[in-house]
Design a protein around this ligand. Sequence first.
Ligand code: NDP
Length: 322
Amino acid sequence: MKAIRIHEHGGPEVLSYEDVPVPEPGPGEALVKIDASGVNFIDIYFRTGLYPAKPPFTNGQEGAGTVAAVGQGVRDVRPGDRVALLQPHCSYAEYAIAGAKRLVKLPNGVTTKVAAASMLQGGTAHYLTRSTFELGESHTALVHACAGGTGLLIVQIAKKFGARVIGTCSTEEKAAKAREAGADEVILYTQQDFSSECRRLTDGEGVDVVYDSVGKSTWTGSLDSLKPRGMMVTFGNASGAVPPFAPLELTKRGSLFVTRPSMMAYIATDEEFSWRTSDILNWIESGDLNVTVGGEFPLSDAAEAQSRLAGRKTMGKLLLIP
Ligand code: NDP
């Protein structure tokens, strides 16, 4: 089968499209024939070495398709089932192995492409808005990169639970997309000082929570946008990693909270995995959540897809098709 393998860390050129043997499922595992694999920023971090992963490995953390075979003791899924998977270093390939408990069966109304596009970013948007800071009607949230893959999903879930959403993004086209997803206000943070705009839009008060996937370039402005005792959720590094900071910066702004969450800690148990992924798939099926696929690339063009994502040229989600 074909797969995208990484033999050394580096730029997009280290993504090697090559032949590898089809893996065999061990006890408790299933082999999935992949219809589509999602492209995520985390794939780039594993490629460059910002996040630890020892080469050689297959790039990609999420995908969807059909169960082709199951290992010993697997009873939750059977060959022929349509499933999505969320697991490190497996999905940029024609076939992937996943623990059977970490597969989710797809409702009839959800295509494998949409499922592949929604596992990682949907699960993230779910844990950020339902667990890290549980949004409700009394809250105002600032969502950076609001037209990105994760951003568009956070906006929609925040609106579903009644929060007011202020989004930021870089272009008018992206702003229109975020408004369509339900954002109440959108600030072009490439043209305006987003923290003063946030203050203006909240009558000087500030927001309850910031969901910040941009990192380095938005860090200080995000802290400045919060109301006293507000929650800073810094969950990504699209512009670079946030540098070390002094806790007194939090005191100065009114006893702020900061958390730096990761998805794996929020799907640590099979129950939590199942809760989040089934909520997302059910909301998609019922029409509450709309997943934007912003582009499809052949698996062999993984380097181009990652370059577009890193180059700020995308809205919603990119998919690789084996
Ligand atoms: P997006 O689809 O959001 O793409 C990134 C967006 O970030 C760009 O489109 C761009 O939007 C914005 N951006 C701002 N500055 C830059 C910059 N200097 N370079 C590139 N992009 C920039 O990507 P993802 O949703 O896949 O991921 C976003 C971040 O969230 C990543 O760091 C990712 O690792 C993290 N993440 C973390 C998770 C967790 O559990 N902790 C889970 C999922 C994602 P614009 O043009 O509008 O500024």
